[in-house]
Design a protein around this ligand. Structure first.
Ligand SMILES: O=CC(=O)O
Length: 332
């Protein structure tokens, strides 16, 4: 029987995994304490010999590091599919996978609701200054640091979405309820976006930024998006605007962000992600108008179960049908 390797523990769907793979593949759990052990055991005669598919979660990086070229090159030719559990697959060298004929899938839809809700929370907290108020009340202050002039309703605001995929769309739907005006920029118009999501192409990006009260970042981290939200783009926002990021920390130039907070160009920020996680730049702690979360985008049992099952199903479909759903755009 072929083997699949679980890299990063299955927490919510162990029983489902056994059922899904019964009669299809044997499940092996990666238990290497470090990269050297992992690499050694990928070799013929090692305990991971014969694997055809890999389930991967970012937590496996704590033991063996990210799936960079070194790891991809060390995978045996029998490996054909890596089912990543997560929307963002920036910890996998997908070009190296392509060169070896390995297909990578991720778990788009499964993360949409929880991540969009996190962005909504950061948006509300940033506009209303709720996080600052909570920190104050715990420190024994009763509204003494609160200035209504710094707090704003969500209703009627213009929310700009950078990257309107599944998460961006769900965030747009949630905000629409207030209602808020929704504008977005994508490389191309999203064909399934409702007509109330106003599209701004690259030529009109600056115009979109100039009318935004909130800019929420939803683009994946790739070479082309690293530092995309930098000095130039931040300064196109109007004074007092808010930036929210639930995508990846490196999409924003952190120095430019901090400078814009220091000189008051930005009114507030809401961050769930950071360039060098789990480290958080301590300079961010100096800003009372910053709502900071420790990458909580999909930290719910409901979403995590959905994500595990979706990643495993992609792998099962590969065995059964030769192809799973959710193939990443680079491999389509
Ligand atoms: O950050 C979470 C994900 O990529 O799913």
């Amino acid at each position: 029987m072929p083997k699949i390797l679980i890299c990063g523990k299955l927490v919510w769907s162990r029983k489902e995994a056994e059922e899904l793979f019964a009669g299809i593949a044997d499940i092996i759990v990666m238990d290497s304490p470090d990269r050297a052990d992992f690499l050694a055991n990928l070799k013929p005669g090692g305990k991971y010999e014969g694997i055809v598919g890999v389930y991967r979660h970012n937590v496996s990086a704590d033991q063996i590091g990210i799936f960079d070229k070194e790891i991809i090159d060390a995978l045996a030719p029998s490996v054909k599919w890596i089912a990543h559990n997560g929307a963002g697959y920036d910890q996998i060298d997908v070009a190296a996978c392509k060169a070896k004929g390995i297909i990578v899938s991720n778990t788009p839809g499964a993360v949409d609701d929880a991540t969009a809700t996190t962005a909504l929370y950061l948006t509300i907290s940033s506009l209303r200054q709720f996080s600052r108020a909570e920190r104050d009340v715990r420190a024994g202050f009763w509204k003494s640091n609160h200035k209504a002039g710094n707090a704003h309703d969500v209703t009627g605001k213009t929310i700009a979405i950078l990257g309107l995929g599944g998460i961006g769309l769900r965030y747009a739907e949630l905000l629409r309820a207030f209602p808020a005006r929704i504008v977005y920029h994508n490389r191309g118009k999203n064909p399934i976006a409702p007509e109330w999501c106003e599209y701004f192409d690259a030529e009109h990006l600056d115009e979109m930024l100039s009318i935004a009260d909130v800019l929420s970042v939803h683009v994946p981290l790739k070479k082309e998006t690293e530092g995309l939200v930098g000095e130039r783009l931040i300064r196109k926002l109007k004074r007092g605007a808010i930036i929210v990021n639930t995508a990846r920390g490196k999409v924003i130039d952190e120095e430019a962000l901090i400078k814009a907070l220091e000189d008051g160009h930005l009114g507030a920020i809401g961050l769930d992600v950071y360039p060098d996680e789990p480290a958080v730049n301590p300079r961010l702690f100096d800003f009372p108008n910053a709502t900071l979360l420790p990458h909580m985008g999909t930290e719910t049992c409901d979403s995590q179960k959905k994500m595990e099952i979706r990643a495993l199903t992609n792998l099962v479909d590969f065995f059964k049908k030769g192809k799973g759903a959710d193939i990443i755009p680079e491999h389509q």
